[in-house]
Design a protein around this ligand. Sequence first.
Ligand SMILES: [Zn+2]
Length: 76
Amino acid sequence: MAIRYTCRHCETEIGILPFESVKETVLLLQQIDEGEAEQFLTYEKDGALTVRCICEQCEQSLQRFPDYYTLNKWLQ
Ligand SMILES: [Zn+2]
């Protein structure tokens, strides 16, 4: 099992967590609301878990154009 991190805005693969870190991450994610977790987590057919977060590039444009982000989120 591995955890894959992808950017939820541009679909860029940020990285893959090694097995040792998976347990910790899962514990952390269990603390998130169930409804909220569904937005961020996808269980793949191969058993991997995809976490949708934000890449550095999008984070930067987010800080620069917060209005655009709000609009984008709203439309989804
Ligand atoms: Zn991105």
